[in-house]
Design a protein around this ligand. Structure first.
Ligand SMILES: Nc1nc2c(ncn2[C@@H]2O[C@H](COP(=O)(O)OP(=O)(O)OP(=O)(O)O)[C@@H](O)[C@H]2O)c(=O)[nH]1
Ligand SMILES: [Mg+2]
Ligand SMILES: [Zn+2]
Length: 294
């Protein structure tokens, strides 16, 4: 029965929400299994202590690379991956494409949200046009005056959505508007003594008024894809998938092979050159894990 769901986890305990009553409860879990944010669990009450006794099968899992290039699971049972980008801080090269590959492999619907649309229209228009033409859902928002939030909330209704993106793009600001409550902010910085709003843990919230859950995650400088092969990476490029079947070799990686239909499509301008370059760079970045013997 899908009644209890993990909000956040610590070393030995997890905060769990009763999805029917909304009541939250700290629960212990045994070493042999470690629940993650978004997991549905079964719990037992023993002398006033709550214990997680089972993790229910996961629909899917949002992951990223750990420092060794292994797949590290961040949150379970996630329908939407909301990629928040802003002109400032500007997304690092390939960041959006990496997230899109992960969305595909993890089985989430990606939604690209261009936040801070009060800042630079050119960046938004160009990037937005590109991803829209590839079939992705995009939206432009402004957390200062709450532009386009009705559309965003509609996409999140009856779903579990995780906000991802660089630190400072506005994930928590957007979340606060949707949740109608201030979010937990980071600890007071020891260095500066100033309070910061930087999110430090992955945390799930029940959205008021509509059915749905929102997961706020800490911003990352570079989202790392775990070790995967060229075919996994190509699977995250719908324009490459659309042109498959025209390569001389059936196991073509579309990098160096003669008679490659994908390279021909790039030359004919049927596939965007910048996206193809990004595809090559992402494949190349996998060498890092090999070179470091991971
Ligand atoms: N101009 C403008 N500023 C915004 C907008 N949305 C958020 N900001 C500001 O951007 C800064 C960072 O916002 P946060 O919501 O803390 O960013 P975050 O993505 O949660 O960052 P991390 O928790 O570090 O990952 C804050 O100073 C916000 O006030 C917007 O639409 N326009
Ligand atoms: Mg935040
Ligand atoms: Zn090819």
């Amino acid at each position: 029965m899908k009644k209890y769901r993990v909000i956040s986890t610590q070393k030995q305990t997890a905060l769990v929400i009763n999805t029917e009553s909304g009541v939250q409860q700290a629960c212990f879990f045994a070493r042999k299994f470690k629940p993650i944010c978004g997991d549905y669990v079964e719990i037992q009450i023993n002398k006033n202590e709550h214990l997680i006794t089972k993790i229910l099968p996961q629909n899917n899992v949002f992951s990223r690379a750990n420092h060794k290039g292994q797949r590290q699971n961040i949150a379970a049972n996630v329908d939407n991956q909301i990629i928040v980008v802003a002109v400032k801080p500007e997304p690092t090269r390939d960041l959006i494409n990496r997230y899109l590959i992960a969305a595909h492999l993890c089985g989430m619907k990606p939604i690209i949200v261009f936040n801070k649309n009060d800042m630079d229209k050119d960046f938004f228009n160009e990037t937005n046009d590109l991803y829209q033409s590839l079939g992705y859902t995009t939206l432009s928002t402004n957390a200062k005056n709450q532009t386009n939030f009705d559309e965003l909330i509609a996409l999140m209704t009856n779903k579990t959505s995780i906000f991802v993106g660089m630190s400072g793009v506005g994930k928590s600001s957007i979340s606060e508007i949707i949740l109608k409550q201030p979010l937990k902010t980071g600890e007071i910085s020891k260095k500066t003594g100033k309070g910061s709003h930087v999110t430090s843990v992955t945390h799930m919230y029940k959205i008021p008024d509509i059915e749905g859950f929102l997961i706020d995650s800490p911003g990352v400088w570079e989202y790392g894809l775990w070790k995967m092969d060229e075919h996994d990476i190509a699977a995250g490029f719908p324009e490459i998938q659309a042109k498959m079947g025209h390569c001389k070799f059936s196991n073509c990686t579309h990098t160096h092979e003669p008679g490659c239909g994908i390279k021909a499509a790039v030359e004919n301008k049927e596939i965007n050159q910048l996206r193809y370059n990004s595809y090559l760079r992402i494949i190349d970045s996998m060498k890092y894990w090999d070179e470091n013997n991971y």
